[in-house]
Design a protein around this ligand. Structure first.
Ligand code: ASP
Length: 345
């Protein structure tokens, strides 16, 4: 029998409605289990580990990511796979962060949540949870896990965590992966797509956990009319190490000389700036337009087709690990570590 550890961190999926006040509050594990009795009647041995306190994912911090990563690592040999119940609002940040924190991962870590609380009749919680468990326990003909990477399962799709984004605050189909196909589709059967799955590069290498993070990072989103003092206020932030620069289209920015100068001064001071398009689909290509070449000249790196969530958490973990090795961080940001971007040369 496969053994799966379900880690409860919080979010709507772990909540029940108080019938008197109507407000949502975190359920205790026994109440939660009572809503999903099917969990313990199947062919998988499930254990539940609730974090205390359960939190709304708007309150998630890098310390919570470290706790999630350590929980996986501490229980790694005892279980065949892990399911993390998490609020949907920041799930793609946490799941992306874990994909960078868990090096040499060879077991499934499946994040899921729900749009409606577990106790509500029309809730999507049960289906998401039961399918996530089935995926975490699935093995191929060789007996190895089908999906040995950090993923997000939602509604009917399994996505690579560091490619996924929350796209809808209302629909059950809340996540998407715009620049990489889904790794599996759940219908009557779960159809896996092995050719799209990321397998550990080193066979039998031990799991290595990186939980140091650095929060001296910022997201700077361009818009028509953005002014110099706003840009400089961000770039001159004390201690700033990395910036996600959200640009237009294929990575374009206004051609204003002051912008070029401000960016160049920052990169020369050692701030790493990475170009991420504001478009959900497609890639940065800084060779295409004059307005993007300026960014190249200013020392800005390409983020290709990475998501903002993956880029930000990748920066935070890289700076946490190598705070003084700018060249290493730059190099790692220019390559794909675990399938988070498609590098085009
Ligand atoms: N605010 C909730 C959270 O992210 C929303 C959800 O779980 O869907 O924790």
């Amino acid at each position: 029998m496969k053994r799966i550890l379900v880690i409860l961190t919080g979010g709507t999926i772990t909540m029940v409605r108080n019938h008197e006040s109507g407000a949502l509050r975190p359920a205790d594990v026994e109440t939660f289990k009572a809503f999903v009795p099917e969990l313990f009647a199947g062919s998988v041995d499930i254990e539940m580990l609730p974090f205390n306190p359960l939190i709304d994912s708007s309150d998630v911090s890098p310390q919570n990511w470290a706790r999630m990563a350590h929980t996986v690592a501490d229980n790694y040999s005892k279980y065949d796979g892990f399911v993390v119940l998490h609020g949907t609002d920041t799930m793609s940040y946490s799941a992306s962060a874990l994909s960078f924190m868990l090096e040499n991962l060879s077991k499934p870590v499946v994040f899921t949540g729900s749009q409606l609380p577990v106790g509500v009749l029309r809730s999507d919680a049960k289906e998401n949870l039961l399918t996530a468990i089935e995926i975490a326990a699935a093995t191929g003909n060789d007996g190895k896990p089908m999906v040995p990477e950090v993923t997000i399962f939602f509604e009917d799709s399994l996505f690579r965590a560091n490619r996924a984004t929350k796209k809808n605050a209302e629909h059950f189909e809340a996540f998407d992966s715009y620049n990489y196909p889904s790794l599996a589709k759940a219908g009557v059967h779960i159809q896996y797509r092995p050719h799209l799955i990321h397998y550990p590069q080193k066979q039998n290498a031990p799991l290595f956990v990186h939980t140091k993070t650095c929060t001296d990072v910022a997201i700077l989103k361009l818009f028509p009319g953005i002014n110099e003092s706003v840009v400089r206020a961000v770039l001159n932030t004390e201690g700033l190490k990395g910036v996600v620069l959200e640009t237009y289209g294929s990575g374009n920015a206004p051609s204003a000389q002051w912008l070029y100068k401000a960016l160049k001064e920052a990169t020369e001071r050692g701030v790493i700036i990475v170009n991420k398009t504001q478009c959900s689909m497609g890639s940065v290509d800084m060779g295409q337009y004059e307005v993007a070449r300026n960014l190249l000249k200013a020392g800005v790196l390409s983020g290709y087709d990475i998501t903002t969530e993956a880029l930000l958490t990748k920066m935070m973990t890289l700076f946490g690990e190598s705070p003084d090795d700018i060249e290493r961080v730059k190099h790692q940001l220019s390559v794909s570590i675990c399938g988070e971007m498609t590098v085009v040369n």
